[in-house]
Ligand binder design. Structure first.
Ligand code: ZN
Length: 290
């Protein structure tokens, strides 16, 4: 396990940038190609089969991205939702995003920004931009909302899989998994076949069979004999060079995890950031997907 980077925004894995042509407009969805074992037929989406679970996180107070993701998940026939934490921080709609997720009544795990927004501790060791946004976020949330964030659990088991914001080995240390070596420490503590996480804002799949391998976020078939540690990417502040909102669908009957990317009304999100007098770079980085 490498130590967490000094700058919490630091993880920037090499990915070809795909800047938005013209932000806004109707959502355009692309779906990564499905890699299936021989003899397995790809199910078509949407499907009416039960237990299709939308797994979404790192929303970071981006209401336009969140609403786009939730609408897409409904269209895709998802019958359950799980939130991977970091509902708040960075962007301008912390209270609205929190209430939207809270009203869903779905399982939620705590992210580091949720913890920082709920606390009263000093943020001076954090990078200045994230700290400025968190100070602002603290003022925007009610005591009741901060208590709700504070009470979120670090790790949850849902069905037969696990969810955690960062890693299972030391969830409250907020370590970043940016490569397969980092993922090895997690696998030592992963007792379910599948575990979902977030935190780096970079969708990625780590697979442990004889050794640990790493693949980009293409759709993945869950196979007997392997373990999967799957980063579902970020709804509200992707950092893989692709600005579009990201989440994953766990299609349990078909044993598939499918990643979704969606255009959303980024111009409105950016305008709200500037109107709130949050640091301008928070608006700029959304368009860069960094
Ligand atoms: Zn985050």
């Amino acid at each position: 396990m490498t130590p967490p980077p000094q700058d919490p925004d630091a993880p920037q894995p090499p990915q070809p940038p795909k800047p938005p042509a013209i932000p806004g407009g109707a959502p355009v969805v692309t779906q990564a190609p499905v890699v299936l074992p021989e003899g397995v037929e790809a199910p078509s989406l949407p499907s009416s089969s039960p237990r299709r679970i939308a797994i979404f996180g790192d929303i970071h107070a981006n209401l336009e991205a969140l609403e786009t993701v939730l609408a897409d998940a409904e269209e895709q026939g998802c019958d359950d939702f799980i939130c991977m934490g970091d509902i708040v921080g960075y962007n301008a709609d912390p209270a609205a995003c929190l209430e939207r997720v809270r009203a869903m009544g779905c399982p939620v795990v705590k992210g580091n920004h949720d913890e920082d927004a709920a606390g009263t501790h000093s943020l001076e060791t954090m990078n200045p931009v994230a700290a400025a946004a968190l100070e602002w976020t603290r003022r925007m949330l009610s005591e009741d909302q901060r208590t709700w964030l504070r009470r979120l659990r670090m790790v949850r088991q849902v069905e037969d899989f696990t969810v955690v914001h960062s890693t299972l080995d030391q969830p409250s240390n907020w370590n970043y998994v940016t490569n397969r070596f980092d993922a090895m420490s997690n696998f030592s503590y992963q007792f379910t076949q599948v575990c979902f996480h977030g935190h780096t804002h970079v969708p990625r799949v780590y697979i442990k069979k004889d050794k640990v391998t790493e693949t980009p976020a293409e759709s993945v078939a869950i196979e007997e004999g392997s373990k999967y540690f799957i980063n579902v990417g970020s709804v509200g502040q992707p950092r893989d060079g692709d600005w579009r909102a990201c989440y994953a669908i766990y299609d349990m009957p078909n044993e598939l995890v499918v990643f979704r990317r969606l255009e959303y009304d980024i111009e409105t999100t950016q305008r709200k950031i500037l109107d709130a007098e949050l640091p301008r770079m928070l608006a700029d980085r959304l368009a860069d997907g960094r």
